[in-house]
Write a protein that binds this ligand. Structure first.
Ligand SMILES: C[S@@+](CC[C@H](N)C(=O)[O-])C[C@H]1O[C@@H](n2cnc3c(N)ncnc32)[C@H](O)[C@@H]1O
Length: 473
């Protein structure tokens, strides 16, 4: 999903316009923190992870409370549409419930329906949560939550094996998206995808070869007695990628120092796989990275270049947001990733940005629906609309067509997304190859296959997609 500055928590942001009054209730601190996040995500159209970063990670909650608050907040945002449907079934006049009361009901309904919380505790805590900011609504909360406890046995209100609506409810997905996933991935992979989207994402780090070595990093973690597993995705070892077995390791001062020194960064394993896989066997003379954002792939590409070729690439980056280009420069600097030129401009009008320049490789990290990252971006699930997917596909195809004339003959054009819809992946590839701009390009193998297409299943990396086209004429 494209992100914009106004969706993020501004620096020094002190909280919502109408922060919940100091609790006069017995709601637990973790639930109050989760409610705070859920409310901010709704009111500010914010990203849950960003709000969790400011409101939970930096709070003085105990580590257990932080973990529970995070799980609750991510779960409630992920399931919000389904929670609303359940809440509405228990209300006589759904439209009369104020949004902040509904937020609190969502938290408790999530506990009742999806976490199997004991009825008494869930109702009690839900009422206390509402009482913490709206004493007058605590009676309503009590009545609604009791009805929801009674509804729990019938959830998902149908047979998920036969009824897509029940299947969608069971995994807290919009019905249209459930149908689309089944059509695009097949029933079993769609089911795996939906299940995995509701689980916590594993934590992967990348070793920045521009600053350190795998050996040094592994030794540093061993010294701290923290487990690291080397990662393979689809049987391909991802260079420099490790899974951190205990996420609390990130709180250790020694590990924080490694991040501060730019020796490691957090990045999903599939994202690391894509960066490593789009580099050709022989070092290209120049590479243009389109959709460079805040430099994560820029850093990975240069780190992989150090590994593969022993030196960094002549790398130009492009993004259409100036604030991202500024962030990219700062971040690339910290990670010692060399950027020859960081451009801001529209990749749909590449001629206007780079004139007649040719590159040995152009890599498009395309804006997309982001469905492969639902565990980390739970708000996408209920914000995305079918029309958005068609619009992403239009922009993606436009980016490829605009980039094609700027690839030198014999060079490569790589295209990546972090989504699973056929329309944005194979659909765009096909449309490009069939278009006039795609004449002279053919699909080139990537890791010995026709594409990278990582799947989402419990414990997996995110779902990413990548292809490489070779310019032959
Ligand atoms: C998938 S994100 C890139 C993530 C980034 N490469 C990273 O690793 O962090 C896609 C990026 O494309 C950028 N973008 C969207 N439309 C664009 C356009 N027309 N021209 C240039 N960049 C665009 C967005 O601002 C966003 O940063």
């Amino acid at each position: 999903m494209p992100d914009t500055p106004e969706k993020r928590e501004p620096k020094g942001y002190a909280g919502p316009k109408n922060p919940p009054k100091k609790p006069r209730s017995k709601a637990s601190p973790a639930r109050l923190a989760a409610l705070d996040v859920v409310r901010a995500v709704r009111e500010r159209d914010a990203f849950a992870q960003d709000v969790i970063g400011t409101r939970i990670d930096r709070s003085d909650l105990s580590s257990e409370d932080r973990a529970f608050a995070t799980k609750l907040a991510l779960g409630v945002v992920s399931a919000s549409g389904t929670l609303d449907e359940v809440i509405d079934r228990a209300l006589n006049a759904p439209d009369d419930v104020k949004p902040d009361v509904r937020d609190a009901l969502r938290v408790s309904t999530y506990e009742i329906i999806f976490l199997g919380k004991t009825p008494h505790a869930a109702v009690d805590q839900g009422v206390e949560l509402v009482r913490s900011f709206a004493v007058s609504a605590s009676g309503l909360a009590n009545a609604v939550l009791r009805k929801i406890v009674a509804l729990r046995a019938a959830f998902p209100f149908g047979d998920p094996m036969r009824d897509p609506e029940a299947l969608a409810r069971l995994h807290a997905f919009p019905l249209w998206l459930t149908r689309r996933l089944i059509a695009d991935l097949g029933p079993q992979a769609a089911l795996d995808f939906m299940r995995a989207s509701n689980e916590q994402a594993p934590l992967f780090i990348a070793v920045n070869a521009a600053k350190t070595t795998d050996e040094a990093l592994v030794a540093a973690f061993e010294k701290l007695d923290e487990g690291l597993d080397p990662v393979a995705v689809d049987n391909v070892r991802v260079p420099g990628c490790y899974r951190v077995l205990d996420t609390r390791a990130l709180l250790l001062p020694e590990v924080k120092r490694l991040f501060g020194q730019g020796k490691i960064l957090v990045s999903d394993a599939a994202s690391q796989l894509v960066a490593a896989s789009v580099l050709p066997e022989r070092k290209p003379g120049s590479l243009l990275e389109v959709g460079a954002g805040r430099a994560t792939k820029t850093i990975l590409l240069q780190s992989d270049a150090e590994r593969a070729y022993g030196s960094q690439l002549e790398l130009t980056t492009l993004d259409n947001h100036d604030f991202k280009t500024r962030l990219l420069k700062e971040r690339a600097d910290r990670y010692n990733a060399q950027v020859a030129e960081a451009l801001t401009g529209d990749a749909l009008e590449l001629d206007a940005v780079v004139g007649e320049r040719l590159f040995d490789e152009i890599f498009i990290d395309a804006p997309c629906s982001g469905l492969g990252t639902l565990r980390r971006h739970p708000e996408i699930r209920w914000r995305i609309r079918p029309a958005d997917i068609a619009e992403f596909a239009r922009v993606q195809l436009g980016m490829l067509q605009s980039a094609a004339p700027h690839v030198a003959v014999g060079g490569t054009l790589a295209y990546a997304t972090c989504t699973v819809t056929r329309e944005e992946n194979n659909g765009v590839v096909k449309a490009f190859l069939e278009s006039a701009a795609g004449a002279g390009f053919e699909l080139a193998p990537i890791n010995g296959r026709s594409c990278v297409a990582t799947r989402l299943y419990p414990g997996s990396s995110d779902a990413h997609f990548a292809v490489r086209f070779l310019r032959t004429a």
